[in-house]
Write a protein that binds this ligand. Structure first.
Ligand code: ADP
Ligand code: MG
Ligand code: MG
Length: 933
């Protein structure tokens, strides 16, 4: 918001700092932009007061007081208590009541309020200031005995639970017992006498649980409540929440002390919460609930079923009209959907809270589009309001909203990996594998997961854990393998012995169907129906992304190996293929056998061909090796050419970067240990040497032995493979260029770019290029024999070995484009083997904060520096060098922002991430070009 707010008026204080900001009588000392100091709630109350809205008088004790309190070893800073007393006197004057005055008692609420609204912080204590004396004042003043006793029992209950730390169940049970004894259905059915008895019971509970009488001095109550709010900042749940949401731990919480207004004074009173628009769908209509004759917490506590807010228009039309006007004003003022709390005391409306509303992904998109149309915000602001995670969510399957609304929720935990999952609960990875094997859909439920559970996670529809945060094993692995995951459901009691789990009074056992929403962290009873999310059916999302396209500078390409993937990515808005991995084409069906056949003789055939070129003569074995090899490679060439034609057609007019074969060859062979077992088994059975099965197993094993390497990831792979066995380069070049020629002749517009992996030394690239160009010339002249055609392609390399970054200028002389392979670059810069690290110590590193984040998820600052050096050296040598990224980081919003700042031309990510990347690229452009390291 614009900084039009005036500087806060100073206030006399005894403490060394000014810790208190008060409001009342239409004026506040703070304002809406002071969230750092006043917390969200305090800033909102100040802002509403300044806007002339009806807010009960009160004051905020700042977040600085909280931090200084902990700094001083949990002691209130000197002078602060005097300042609190002073502020209380002011509230007394403004309300005309006295704190602890038995004739005309002032009651207050004590409310926590950090900068960001945070579940897990201290709950609000209402009616503070009540004791046996002030109670009678309250009754006399209101003439409502029942109301007085109800307020008192609520106070003891809340204060006992929240401030004194007594288990709330003790109070709940006592209240239920009182209701049962009197045949009362609802709290409101208890009369004054009954509530008086409840108060006595509650006092006895406090005495029993704390060993002291309930504190009757209002100032002691206040002191204890303030300290309890401070203490809640470091409560476990609040701490975990900050960890997950990356909120710093040193912000502290503010404390708000607010004059009580009473929604429980009869049928002309009530309390409610409302959103200025529907937070589920985004529809522009007041959305919320209220209860007559109730106090704040009743609406959410679910003790009585609240009314829809529309009912208020009939019950209390005047208050409703006023509230509607205020809602409209607040939304315009904050230029965002607001989440409001209000109370009506004998027909008079009071505002108790306003904040930007949390919303579903669907609502976020619709609201942003509507608000642009209604002239409330600009397109740029709309883009900044949508989170990349929202886009991601909208493209995943979701639960049918109606079924979801009617479903029974078991519990809520962390939304660790998005998407909807339905399946039968199983409690071990082995069971998951067994059940999945017979076609069951399962949800793996664990207290927490470890690398030993991976096989179960891989076959499960979703993963549910009771412990662990967003960087726990379950969460990280689930995101990696794209499974929905709800983690850290603290209230879930998992019992492996009985094969069951329970939370909030609901139990499910092995085999029971449950539903997980990884986007919201919710777990439901039963199998909820899902609806698949089609991009084509989401016009609002498409509009927003259209605006993103107007703003972003980075292009968004995709990593796709198949024509269908390419077509899908194109529908999502991909502007090219940044990585087409040819080896994926080697693995399917019949191809694997052809590839294996070629690999078995690859080296022998290559040696023979070299000998032949040098003028030597070939023996029979050599001739046969060459024949076998060439035949297999010829088949592969034809198959690959077909694949490439499909991809070129799907990406007509757009660039397609094809990478030559990259993985070590042993990946195409069966596992070596299994081969050893097989050969040993056949030998022990006395199988004759010429048995075809035995012979083939021996041949494969011999090849696996020959190819065996200690560190395959650092061994014979990437461009090294093409240099050792040049036919790989030649065959793939022919397949690519002949595909291009075929598509061109059919009237298409294919754009081939050939990319060499794993270059570390410029000579590797030069030599590969020489091979490739010779082949390209041959292809061209052969094609021209059939009619005029030109063969044009771009030649470039991946940058994924740290050495290549240092010699990027040399490399750029021979490459028209670079594409950062940040998976390998990270792995080689850190010296981690990704497969070993992510399944093992890396998670622990992140948990223990040895590393701030998983560098395979978000680009590490040092990798960004390497990229920066590469870009500047590369472009110094070749000013029009095109640079992109095709590692998985290309779909990560924070990494996309870094790519924008580095001046890359494009990011390339998996098809499903393309819409997310379009938004993230626009947000990066809006954030400006500055670097933050
Ligand atoms: P939360 O952070 O959980 O929203 P709040 O501090 O907003 O907690 O308060 C919890 C409930 O108590 C809300 O319904 C709120 O409207 C109500 N409440 C808080 N302060 C007062 C007050 N001074 N008078 C009446 N109701 C209050
Ligand atoms: Mg709260
Ligand atoms: Mg609230």
């Amino acid at each position: 918001m614009a900084d039009t707010a005036t500087a806060p008026r100073d206030r006399a204080h005894r403490a060394s700092k000014r810790y208190i900001f008060a409001w009342g009588d239409g004026h506040a000392e703070g304002h809406g932009e002071m969230k750092d100091l006043l917390g969200g709630k305090g800033a909102g109350l100040a802002e509403m007061t300044n806007a002339g809205l009806p807010v009960p008088a009160g004051f905020t004790i700042t977040t600085a007081a909280c931090n200084d309190y902990f700094e001083a070893g949990e002691r209130l800073p000197d002078g602060l208590w005097d300042d609190v007393l002073e502020a209380m006197h002011e509230v007394e004057e403004r309300s005309g009541k006295g704190f602890g005055d038995p004739r005309n008692p002032l009651l207050v609420s004590v409310r926590s309020g950090a900068k960001f609204s945070m579940p897990g912080m201290m709950d609000t204590v209402l009616n503070l200031g009540l004791n046996d004396e002030t109670l009678h004042g309250l009754i006399a003043l209101t003439g409502n005995e029942r109301f007085g006793w109800d307020a008192y029992r609520r106070f003891i209950q809340m204060f006992g639970r929240i401030v004194l730390g007594i288990d709330g169940a003790a109070f709940d049970e006592a209240l239920d017992a009182a209701k049962r004894a009197r045949g009362a259905e609802q709290d409101t059915d208890l009369d004054a006498a009954a509530l008086g008895d409840v108060v006595d019971t509650f006092k006895a509970i406090v005495q029993r649980e704390t060993g002291r009488a309930f504190p009757t001095d209002p100032y002691e109550q206040l002191d204890l409540a303030i300290k309890a709010v401070f203490a809640s900042w470091f409560g476990k749940r609040a701490h975990d929440y900050r960890e997950y949401n990356k909120i710093p731990h040193d912000l502290g919480t503010a404390v708000n002390v607010v004059t009580m207004v009473f929604g429980n004074m009869g049928d002309d009173s009530g309390t409610g919460v409302a959103f200025t628009r529907d937070p589920n769908t985004g529809e522009k209509a007041l959305y919320g609930e209220y209860l007559t004759n109730a106090q704040g917490e009743d609406v959410v506590a679910g003790i009585r079923t609240p009314q829809k807010i529309a009912q208020l228009a009939r019950d209390l039309p005047q208050a409703y009209g006023e509230f509607q006007g205020i809602a409209e004003r607040l939304e315009r003022h904050y230029r965002d959907v607001q989440d409001l709390e209000f109370t009506i005391e004998r027909g008079r409306l009071y505002m108790l809270q306003t904040r930007s509303a949390k919303r579903t992904a669907a609502a976020a998109v619709r609201i942003a589009v509507d608000m642009v149309e209604q002239g409330i915000i600009t397109k740029e602001e709309a883009l900044q309001r949508i989170e990349p995670a929202h886009v991601d969510q909208l493209l995943r399957d979701q639960f049918d909203p109606k079924a979801r609304a009617a479903a029974t929720r078991i519990a809520k935990g962390l939304n660790a990996s998005p998407g909807a999952a339905v399946g039968r609960a199983v409690f071990s990875a082995d069971t998951a594998v067994e059940w999945a094997g017979r076609g069951e859909r399962v949800i793996l439920v664990r207290i927490e997961t470890s690398p030993d559970d991976f096989h179960g996670m891989a076959v499960a529809q979703g993963i549910l854990t009771a412990r662990g945060g967003a960087t726990s094993h379950a969460a990280v692995v689930a995101r990696q393998i794209g499974k929905p995951c709800v983690a850290g459901v603290h209230e879930l009691q998992v019992n492996y012995a009985t094969g069951s789990a329970a939370a909030n009074g609901l139990t499910f056992s092995q085999g029971d169907p449950i539903s997980l929403d990884g986007s919201t962290g919710e777990v439901f009873v039963g199998a909820l129906p899902t609806v698949s999310a089609r991009f084509e059916d989401q016009p609002d999302l498409q509009r927003i992304l259209g605006w993103a396209d107007e703003i972003r500078r980075l292009q968004v390409w995709t990593n796709a190996d198949k024509p269908e993937e390419a077509a899908q990515a194109r529908r999502y808005g991909a502007q090219g293929i940044g990585l087409c991995r040819t080896e994926h084409m080697f693995r399917e069906g019949e191809r694997l056998d052809i590839v294996r056949g070629a690999i078995l003789v690859a080296f022998a055939a290559t040696r023979a061909k070299t000998g032949q070129v040098a003028g030597g003569s070939l023996d029979a074995d050599e001739r046969s090796a060459i024949a076998t090899f060439d035949e297999a490679m010829g088949k592969l060439e034809a198959l690959q050419q077909g694949d490439f034609e499909g991809i070129f057609r799907a990406m007509d007019g757009l660039p397609v970067v094809i990478r030559l074969i990259d993985p070590p060859l042993h990946e195409f062979l069966p596992n070596r240990e299994e081969l050893i077992e097989e050969v040993t088994r056949l030998r022990t059975l006395g199988t004759p040497e010429d048995d075809p099965e035995y012979a083939s197993a021996r041949r494969l094993l011999a090849a696996a032995d020959a190819l065996h390497e200690q560190n395959p990831m650092l061994g014979l792979r990437g461009c090294r493979l093409g240099l050792m066995i040049p036919d790989f380069v030649k065959v793939q070049t022919r397949a690519i260029l002949n595909a291009q020629i075929a598509v061109k002749r059919a009237g298409g517009d294919p754009h081939a770019e050939i990319m060499i992996p794993l270059v570390g030394h410029v000579n590797e690239l030069k030599e590969t290029r020489r091979l490739l160009e010779a082949e390209a010339k041959a292809v061209e002249s052969a094609a021209q024999a059939e009619g005029p055609i030109s063969v044009d392609y771009k030649f470039g390399t991946m940058i994924e070995i740290p050495r290549a970054c240092w010699v990027a200028d040399e490399i750029a002389e021979h490459a028209e484009f670079f594409s950062f392979g940040t998976n390998d670059l990270t792995q080689m810069t850190f010296g981690y083997s990704r497969d070993d690290a992510e399944g093992g110590f890396l998670l622990k590193y992140v948990e223990d904060k040895i590393l701030p984040a998983n560098p395979f998820q978000t680009l590490d600052p040092v990798i960004i520096s390497e990229m920066e050096m590469t870009v500047s050296k590369g472009r110094a040598a070749r000013p029009d060098l095109k640079v992109g990224i095709c590692g998985e980081h290309g779909g990560d919003p924070a990494s996309i922002a870094a790519c924008h700042r580095l001046g890359l031309n494009y990011v390339s990510c998996s098809p499903f991430r393309v819409p997310v990347a379009r938004l993230a690229a626009a947000q990066a452009a809006l954030a400006g070009g500055e670097r933050d390291t």
